[in-house]
Write a protein of this length. Structure first.
Length: 128
């Protein structure tokens, strides 16, 4: 009995340590989630302004690197426009791929990514 009690205490302490690690991981995850949601109004505003742009309505519409929150050219122009989706912003070609931002958004391609743009066929189809 005298030998079992220290072992039982060790097991209890070990379980407390495991629980504390799980609590730490959970709290850390919650902090990161809250930090991400702090930026969500911009994405919500994008979805409101452009409800049909479903494929590009994500953080990468304005950010190159989600870890560092680096803005792509469209995100930089959005910031310069006072974090508002203005008609002037829509008329720009932020990524310089030859398509105005509004044309890209209507085609559901990324206005801040030069490698993402409408296909010629999709534009011809839209004009019919
Ligand atoms: Ca593009």
């Amino acid at each position: 009995m005298d030998v079992a009690l220290p072992q039982l205490t060790s097991v209890v302490l070990l379980r407390k340590g495991v629980i504390m690690k799980k609590v730490f991981v959970l709290v850390t995850a919650m902090v990161f989630c809250l930090a991400s949601f702090a930026k969500m109004p911009d994405l919500k505003n994008f979805k409101t302004a452009y409800p049909n742009a479903k494929n590009i309505a994500k953080c990468t519409v304005c950010h190159d690197d989600l870890a560092t929150h680096t803005l792509n050219p469209y995100g930089q122009d959005y910031k310069a426009a006072g974090n508002t989706f203005t008609p002037a912003l829509a008329e720009l070609d932020s990524d310089k791929d030859g398509f105005k931002n509004i044309v890209e958004i209507n085609a559901d391609t990324f206005p801040g990514d030069i490698n993402s743009h409408p296909s010629v066929n999709s534009l011809e189809y839209d004009n019919q």
